[in-house]
Design a protein around this ligand. Sequence first.
Ligand code: AMP
Ligand code: MG
Length: 335
Amino acid sequence: MEVINNLQDNLDLIRMEILNDNLVIFPTETVYGLGANALSERAVNKIFEVKTRALNNPLIVHLKDKSEITKYAYISNDVEQKLIDNFMPGPFTLILKKKDIIPSCVSAGLDTVGIRIPIDDIAHEFLEGVGVPIAAPSANISSRPSGTKVLDIKGEFENKVNYIIDGGESKIGLESTVVKVIDNIPTILRPGFITYEDIKSLIGSCNISNHVLNMVKDNEHVESPGILYRHYAPKTKCLLVYSSDLNKLKELINNNKTKKTIILGSNKLNDINCYKYLNYGNTVSQIAHNIFSKLRECDKLNGDLIIIEGVKKEGLGLAIMNRLIRTSNFNYIEL
Ligand code: AMP
Ligand code: MG
């Protein structure tokens, strides 16, 4: 895999790679994407194959600017329009009614499509340069932590993808907020950097899907098929713990008798006796930025268990907890 450091000088190469139905990994402000021409079924199928992604897990379509949206989807009401006006471009995906030009493999047979317009400069240059909409999931093999830096991603896709465009570490580090307007109310299917509070203060109402923090029960209707699958997970077993009371949190951790316990948390926990301690940052933005790469780092330490410090489920903290609950496969204790 070749790392492209200067996109401007290599735009023709990258455009041809995409138009030849091959995959290109590109940076965005959220995480890196594994991109293909969204209008080509052949190219899109390669994403599912290379990522080993379930075929019923739909992909988000990335566009260069807002004027493109109605080429591929219908804006059906004022709430959708307002969300577009305020949160796009940015770390925000809106689920809209799909137009026929988008092949059904992109949306996994649904009549809707997720639309996102990244605000990152290199992502914009890439999307403008290739001239076609780009279907892209996060750049990681399915079930693994999302890719937020070139070194983490390169190993996973070596010999499978020819080019990765280097944009440095992803600024935000967590995937976009996914929203669908249901009965005129924005509903968060996946929390992200654009928060519940942001949407509520703009529209006046906002719902959060039940599945953001809870497991899907048998036969329950699922709005966002992605949540059916194992996600964001290192190979080492994880336990997620949260308490607003530091003493209780430490007690919880100290009660754990696993031999080689790795602690991944803030500097509040740096004095705990354990096999290895890794700091994931001390604010929610730092944690979001670092978390996926730190989980990969933990995996290299040959521990028996990773205990991850949880955060308060508000603001960006909701998105962090949504990811970590899945990282730990719902192995979660809150006191
Ligand atoms: P990823 O591509 O790994 O960032 O995940 C994309 C997320 O967006 C998954 O959770 C999908 O379920 C969700 N998604 C994409 N398209 C749709 C859609 N048309 N309807 C509902 N959820 C969607
Ligand atoms: Mg993903």
